[in-house]
Design a protein around this ligand. Structure first.
Ligand code: F6P
Length: 357
């Protein structure tokens, strides 16, 4: 038995832990694992891959990024921006299939986010033996309570806020921190709460900057002269504008810049010195947290179990502390967003955090 693994989309802390899990579990069954490089691109003739043995994965658990390389562009990008679903062309699929057949791959584990799993679903519907593993720091995939990589990103946000606190307090400033997460506010909400942010602005909750400014002025009046603001990159400005770096980059729309915009407006509205900082790819880099290492490893082991059962078209899923699986179609096309009335949002409000609404 020979199975393949590839990761696709942005890199993410914990990818190597999945590879470690897949290779270890497959080896126990006497199976061979082929690792394709640079996402689906590695499937294109002549094929870019190598055999992965347990000795190849020694020490990778603690490494960020992925030993296989990845891409969120290229021939298989099935997503062109919010809601625009594109299909991978038939000639590309046929070429990749030839590599699968030549190598005798009996199951292909795709470790990816919404876009990559959409490609996986298309391939599964065309008869490929696909097993999905959910990956994204954004934590925005339906049908899994958590994706690996999210916890590591949140830890980076918390570390950033811990550092910003000191400058904010010393200079009596407003400090705005822009964080990733695409169209979902999970990183902003978790990172913001854990990092002690006073204001958290999410894509899911339209905000009013005058209200945020009043909140900051009130804090000032009560003797709290510094304020930390976390804003999700995918939040909309009050006029509905989503701030992008590059609307047409050949893949998904690239978000970024809202932190600066908000910072300037808040400075005008409050009269307080305000600075902004964008965490950017620091959130995706570096070693995975122990939680992400374990989650990634468990996801890899479950992917091999699904292959053993011939449970193709399914995605590994984390629910109520258990790793299980769901049909891939339940996980894609619909982002899992922060629920406005959820207990977590209510808890944030209950401790006095301003969400701008
Ligand atoms: O989906 C993960 C993510 O890091 C998003 O949070 C962010 O918007 C995007 O990828 C950045 O992508 P890139 O690395 O292509 O700039």
């Amino acid at each position: 038995m020979r199975i393949g693994i590839l990761n696709s989309g942005g890199d993410c802390p914990g990818l190597n832990a999945v590879i470690h899990g897949v290779v270890g579990a497959a080896d126990q069954l006497g199976w061979e694992v082929i690792g394709f490089r640079d996402g689906f691109e590695g499937l294109l003739p002549p094929g870019d891959y190598s055999v992965l043995k347990p000795q190849d994965t020694v020490g990778i658990l603690k490494l960020g990024g992925t030993i296989l390389g990845t891409t969120n562009k290229g021939h298989f990008a099935a997503k062109i921006g919010k809601g625009d679903i594109a299909e991978v062309p038939a000639d590309i699929v046929a070429k990749a299939k030839r590599t699968m057949d030549q190598l005798g791959i009996r199951a292909l584990v795709i470790v990816g986010g919404d876009g990559s799993l959409t490609t996986g679903l298309q391939l599964y519907r065309e008869g490929w033996p696909i097993i999905g593993v959910p990956k994204t720091i954004d934590n925005d995939l339906s049908a899994t309570a958590m994706t690996f990589g999210f916890n590591s990103a949140v830890e980076t946000v918390v570390d950033g806020l811990d550092r910003l606190h000191t400058t904010a307090e010393s200079h009596k400033r407003v400090m705005v921190l822009e964080v990733m997460g695409r169209h979902a506010g999970w990183i902003a909400l978790w990172g913001g709460i854990a990092g002690g942010s006073n204001v958290i602005l999410l894509p899911e909750i339209p905000f009013n900057l005058e209200k945020v400014a009043d909140f900051i002025k009130n804090r000032d009046a009560q003797g709290h002269h510094s304020t930390l603001v976390v804003v999700a990159e995918g939040a909309s400005m009050p006029d509905g504008d989503i701030v992008t770096l590059d609307a047409n980059s050949g893949g998904e729309v690239r978000l970024g810049g809202i932190g600066d915009r908000i910072s300037k407006r808040l400075e005008k509205l409050t009269g307080k010195e305000t600075r902004s900082c964008t965490l950017g790819h620091l959130q995706r880099g570096g070693a995975p947290t122990s939680l992400d290492r374990i989650l990634g490893m468990r996801f890899g082991v479950m992917a091999v179990k699904l292959a053993e059962e011939g449970a193709f078209g399914r995605m590994v899923s984390y629910q109520s502390y258990h790793v299980d699986s769901v049909p891939i179609e339940e996980a894609v096309h619909k982002l899992r967003l922060v629920e406005v009335d959820s207990e977590l949002v209510q808890a944030a409000k209950a401790v006095g955090i301003c969400l701008g609404d």
